[in-house]
Design a protein around this ligand. Structure first.
Ligand SMILES: [Cu+2]
Length: 279
């Protein structure tokens, strides 16, 4: 049973028990009902959350090499730390882990349906999420935030950049050195990310997911991800990568992701999630 459902039942039963207790002569019924309710509620609180982890791995024959970007502008500034490498497809040759895959949890009833949120995550503590352009790349390349968080696009470089965001909001703004752009009130409207780009340096792109719950991650340099304090039960895990789009599915990769069951009080290890290259 879903946690919210247990809570709703517990509340209803508790209200009933108060009514009985208040009517006199029903005290025994009231107190035994309360004991039963307390047991159910505390069990749901302590056993209702778990961790999910997994690894997105390249399923092609040959591990692709990371491409070098063609830097045809502002070379002095952009190449000061060496050549710029493409972040679009980054596969670790040691373990085939795929970096920059976005992973998020959604209800089996759809992207916008609410799912239980752990008490410690209900308030958004980290109000601002940043992306910077220190050396002619968006860093991080892929990021995800939760509705209610503000996105700050910074330019900590000594040269001007530009920020073009699409599709909602859609804006295009120059960002002189040392300035920043604040994007507030971002809404989790769609399952796909916003695109960010710099028109001055055509190779500069990034993606920003705006999600309706706090249960998401972006894979690290080994392709690993971990999501903590997720609600126990059946949900869908959606995996997206810039190179191929949807990665996971029940059979075929899809925007609905794959069905997973999160174990309470435990880590649910989803193992390797293969990312097949497009033919
Ligand atoms: Cu730029």
């Amino acid at each position: 049973m879903q946690l919210w459902c247990i809570r709703a039942l517990a509340l209803a039963a508790f209200a009933l028990s108060l009514m009985f207790a208040g009517c006199g002569g029903g005290k025994d019924i009231g107190s035994s009902a309360s004991v039963m309710i307390l047991t159910a509620a505390s069990a749901a609180e302590s056993e209702g959350w778990g961790t999910i982890k997994g690894q997105v791995v390249w399923a092609g024959d040959k591990v692709p090499e990371r491409a070098q970007l063609k830097v045809d502008k502002d070379q002095n500034a952009c190449l000061k730390n060496g050549p710029l490498l493409d972040d679009k497809l980054v596969v670790n040759p040691k373990n085939k882990g795929v970096r920059w895959a976005a992973v998020y949890l959604m209800s089996a009833d759809g992207f916008k349906k609410a799912i239980p949120i752990h008490p410690s995550l209900q308030d958004i503590k980290k109000k601002v999420v940043e992306v910077d352009q220190p050396c002619c790349l968006f860093e991080p390349h892929i990021l995800a935030l939760r509705e209610g968080q503000t996105l700050v696009v910074k330019n900590s470089a000594a040269i001007p950049h530009n920020v073009k965001v699409d599709p909602e909001p859609s804006l295009n703004q120059i960002l002189p050195p040392g300035t920043q752009l604040k994007l507030e009130d971002l809404k989790a409207r769609r399952q796909t990310p916003l695109s960010i780009a710099c028109n001055i340096h055509g190779w500069m792109t990034g993606k920003v997911f705006v999600l309706p719950n706090p249960y998401f991650a972006v894979t690290d340099a080994d392709g690993n991800f971990e999501i903590r304090d997720a609600p126990a039960g059946d949900f869908r895990l959606v995996v997206w990568h810039e190179e191929i789009g949807w990665v996971a599915g029940d059979g075929k990769p899809s925007k609905n992701g794959k069905k997973i069951t999160i174990k309470a009080g435990d880590t649910t290890d989803l193992g390797k999630i293969p990312m097949k290259p497009t033919e």
